[in-house]
Design a protein around this ligand. Sequence first.
Ligand code: 3HC
Length: 313
Amino acid sequence: MTVTDATSTDPSAVGQARFDELLADGRKVEPRDWMPDEYRKTMIRQIAQHAHSEVIGQQPEGNWITRAPSLKRKSILMAKVQDEAGHGLYLYSAAETLGVSRDELNEMLHSGRQKYSSIFNYPTLSWSDMGAVGWLVDGAAITNQVMLTRTSYGPYARAMIKICKEESFHQRQGFEIMLTMVNGTAEQKAMAQDSLNRWWWPALAMFGPPDADSTHTTQSIAWGIKLETNDQLRQKFVDMTVPQAEYLGLTVPDPDLRWNDETGHYEFGAIDWDDFWAVVKGDGPCNRERIAHKVKAWEDGAWVREAGRAHAE
Ligand code: 3HC
């Protein structure tokens, strides 16, 4: 059946046909379009999880603003952390177009019913972690997010265009911190290596479980939400990042890492998925601290929201 089938009187059948047509033509699904309930739920889940990640992601880096080694580094880091807050806001706005309120989303995060990225549950122990987070975490984020500029839901795809431009600045500033560290004293180079050692594996796990264990990938690909799978994106990130580590003169902490001439890709060792799932389920090194801080910020800001509402009235 097509949308032009005048004999159909079932609104959801007409909606489904139009939805299928939009996807088949590579056009965007917009807020007023009919969409299957499961598509709406998946979009809310993914956009909300993404927004929460941006907001919680301010904490590990915010931790170093007062201790940045120079005024220039402090200004750059503050700008980056503010960008992450902005990304959270665009994404909450995109999620709201699907019929959920920002208060509901915050409540779901605070009560543990919605997730945020595993990566933000690891501690930032040294200044060179600001380099490693920018280089590896934002580098992994952008590998996934460039794909999302072409995702099927219009408001999400459009938000991702601006976000990706900013993430690419974040990745470059992280790499530049690493470059400065490796060209410094032997102790500074050792700090950079230590950061790479601690962030490499969590950055690889950030792409999500292997395709064989991924709950949503098959359906999300069919709906044009995801255009590449977790494993494909992870491989892309490894292929892009290993030469950068070599350029920095650092060693990727993986004895099984090797270039495969036949496939044209790097092979890499096994990811510790037990650690990943422990972190996702709330038992990472910083999960409790991150959520407690977020809830406190929400409660401390109640008077601002109240004042805003009073002003609007
Ligand atoms: N951390 C926490 N949970 C994760 C995860 C991760 N790194 N990767 C996967 N999961 C969860 C999924 O949410 C899902 O759980 P659920 O059903 O309860 O929601 C489960 O593990 C199975 O994973 P799937 O592969 O089936 O899940 P998806 O198809 O949703 O794929 C994803 C996971 C690739 C992360 C996808 O959701 C996505 O592309 N999300 C948007 C991008 C995003 O959220 N990035 C987070 C980082 S943002 C960031 O880093 C900010 C920047 O400033 C650095």
